[in-house]
Design a protein around this ligand. Sequence first.
Ligand code: FE
Ligand code: CA
Length: 514
Amino acid sequence: MSRRSFLVGSTSFAAAALLANRTFGTVTGSPRLPGYPFTLGIASGDPLPDGFVLWTRLAPRPVEVGGGMPAEPVEVRWEVAEDEAMRRLVQTGTATASPSWAHSVHVEVAGLRPDRWYWYRFRVGGEASPVGRTRTLPAPDAVPERLRFAFASCQKYDTGFYTAYEHMAREDIDLVAHLGDYIYEKADAEDAVRRHGLPTSITLDDYRSRYAAYKSDPALQAMHALVPWIVTWDDHEVTNDYAGPFTKNNLVPGPARDQLLLRRAAGYQAYYEHMPLRLTARPSGPDMLLYRRLAFGRLANFHVLDTRQYRSHWLYGNGKDQPWDPAMLDPARSILGDRQRDWLYRGLSQSPCEWNVLAQQVMMTRILQSNDTYMMDKWTGFEAERRRTLDYLRTQKIRNPVVITGDIHCNWANELIEDVDRLDAPPVATEFAGTSITSGGDEDDTPPKGDRFYAANPFVKFFNGQRGYVHCEVTPQAWRTDFRTLSYVSRPGAPLHTAASYLVESGRPRLNRV
Ligand code: FE
Ligand code: CA
């Protein structure tokens, strides 16, 4: 496909988006449905002090193209209550589920009281959804005593059961941060422990079916129904290791790039359709504004990043790990893109919060691997930007920066220093990289990293290769991280362990094992 025909394509895409947003013809409130419409569950997300987003998607036949829905807009009723029995309703309304957006519903509820739990449900055609629970954030000037949250990433469906979410549902937490690889785009692995049966996702319908298959998991649905989620993506929501408009080994304009942008448009749209995101995130062709900020009172500011959409190409074009090369310090290479970087730095310097959380995808700590290479798909591949960002945190005295990270399928606790050639320099931040929910499969024990690894990377304080998620408790005085692990995901029922816990004191970016 030529560049021109791609542009024509994206113009008609934008037109379709406009039409989808307009209510025209008949919107039916009593559709004829071939089955229960809430098969993909419900969700809430992106809370504010006075509201949140409520999400569902009508799909009586979830994995089928069209979801089993008639090709017409459908009116969905929503209800928000102060009690689980849904007796004290505080707000109700209707939203239109449009076929152009896979009959997804995104309701932005506002005008509620801060720092409270609410319950919600949807109704359509005589059917009611399950009741979900969600909450508003504390008022902007409040100093909450504590925030508890979990973060997760990388939930390849065919490589494991979502036992981690069953355990997470028993935690007393305020929210979940999902840091990407919510889906994986490929066909089932040959050694799959369960199967979705779908071919590699390329088109919008492919990605929609993929989300439907993933979201049919009861543990995932239950976790979404319990607390609001703050989500961002990594690469597999489109395709492995993509960088901005680039696929591997294709760094020049041409058919491969056009193909990737078409695929990106499909992947981004399906992501929006299946996540509790605000209208500001609704994609237009291959562009979608996902980076944003959410403040839990004056306790914790979540700077949610998108390190995929705007990044420069790989240094050598092939995405492979590389030995040190001074070209890594090229200041023009960016993992954030200019606009997001300006937005991040401004937001950090103006943040009124005790803790500043960089909720993002790929490892920021520069790791020298045992074969003397660096990982080019991570921040290290953009070393100038990595140093610039850490330099900004240090020189601007940004209050308590903590980086939380997904992507890497193992647990790490790192102290972040700017220039790894000066290991005596004090750290400017801490990074907790969380393991995968399932990706990588069973890991019943962690092969220890050798002395040579720790001599080269003394700022790495903890490593663990098992599946699980990360629990964090934040108070004005300290940040506590618990690495929750499972020794298997190839069958249900693994018990939960806490592999290690670390404390960071306010004002002192050091890791203390507790
Ligand atoms: Fe992953
Ligand atoms: Ca990834």
